[in-house]
Design a protein around this ligand. Structure first.
Ligand SMILES: NC(=O)C1=CN([C@@H]2O[C@H](COP(=O)(O)OP(=O)(O)OC[C@H]3O[C@@H](n4cnc5c(N)ncnc54)[C@H](O)[C@@H]3O)[C@@H](O)[C@H]2O)C=CC1
Ligand SMILES: O=C(O)[C@@H]1CCC=N1
Length: 269
């Protein structure tokens, strides 16, 4: 048992959302979590929330049972060599970085370091996230279960055996909120062009996204069947669907997802 139950190395958007979610779920009190920030101002803000704070990220690695690596993939080449010099009992490492492989982490920290890679998304801030997980050989099933239980408190989770799946899933949950916001933005812009007040358009479209997602999650009808149920023959919807199909919406999305995944593999090199 180390000084702190939980630590975040890189308490930015995601790292902070994860530790705050865990505290909200009652997994541990904030005083049992140590947060690293480079900025003194952010450390002070986190201290005011009751977290332990540090400006030395090696302390997070040495003093915490579980350490979330919440830095950008591009920062791993800087932080891993520093952490490799830490002499301590190995923490359970939770990496949320896109593309960064077990091999890269293990080369620096040792193959005996338990690591769980997680690909979360920002809606976990509202308890509506979707996170995918995979463990390395050194991590036990209990450790994987514990990390999954943490993310279960913030939304849906899925576990994979193959590490490569953590890259393959990125466009469909980790990155997907951005694509959904782009879709919403385009719809609201169109609505405004047609005289619909922006706030009403956004509220109505968001409710429609929630309702449509719930219809899909019932699982009793395929997306094609649900589309068919909206498209009255000779009606309005079908005219829009013709444009989406003829302009290649499905191909555009497939290409976007391919590029997103390819970038994850590049980041891992
Ligand atoms: N934002 C998102 O929607 C998602 C992000 N991720 C992953 O989460 C990770 C963090 O992303 P965000 O929270 O969005 O980024 P962010 O920029 O909000 O947070 C990164 C944190 O790392 C710290 N940092 C930066 N350089 C550092 C260095 N050299 N040494 C120590 N700390 C350093 C920053 O001060 C900041 O606190 C990334 O690896 C990303 O791939 C995964 C899924 C979704
Ligand atoms: O854009 C990124 O690289 C990260 C990973 C998934 C969402 N944000």
């Amino acid at each position: 048992m180390k000084t702190y139950r939980f630590g975040v190395l890189g308490a930015g958007n995601m790292g902070t959302a994860i530790v705050e979610g865990a505290v909200r779920a009652g997994l541990f009190p904030p005083a049992q979590a140590l947060l690293f920030n480079r900025s003194a101002e952010k450390r002070e803000k986190n201290r005011e929330k009751g977290f332990a704070v540090t400006g030395d990220y090696t302390e997070v690695y040495t003093a915490c049972d579980t350490v979330v690596l919440g830095v950008k993939p591009q920062n791993f080449d800087e932080i891993l060599p520093v952490l490799s010099g830490c002499r301590c009992e190995k923490p359970l490492v939770v990496s949320i970085a896109a593309g960064i492989t077990f091999a890269k982490i293990e080369r620096a920290l040792g193959a005996d370091t338990p690591v769980v890679r997680v690909m979360p998304n920002t809606p976990l801030m509202l308890g509506e996230g979707a996170a995918q997980l995979v463990k390395n050989a050194a991590a036990t099933q209990e450790q994987l279960d514990a990390v999954r239980a943490l993310f279960d408190t913030m939304g849906a989770t899925a576990v994979f055996d193959e590490e490569s799946m953590l890259n393959e899933v990125i466009p469909y949950a980790g990155s997907a909120p951005a694509y959904i916001y782009a879709f919403a933005d385009a719809m609201v812009r169109s609505a405004v062009q047609h005289g619909v007040p922006e706030a009403d358009a956004l509220r109505m479209f968001c409710q429609t996204m929630i309702g449509s997602a719930k219809m899909l999650l019932r699982g009793d009808r395929t997306p094609a069947e649900l589309i068919g149920a909206v498209c009255s023959p000779g009606g309005t919807t079908v005219e829009a669907m013709k444009v989406l199909e003829s302009r290649g919406l499905y191909d555009i999305l497939a290409e976007a997802c391919d590029n997103c995944i390819a970038r994850a593999y590049e980041l891992g090199k």
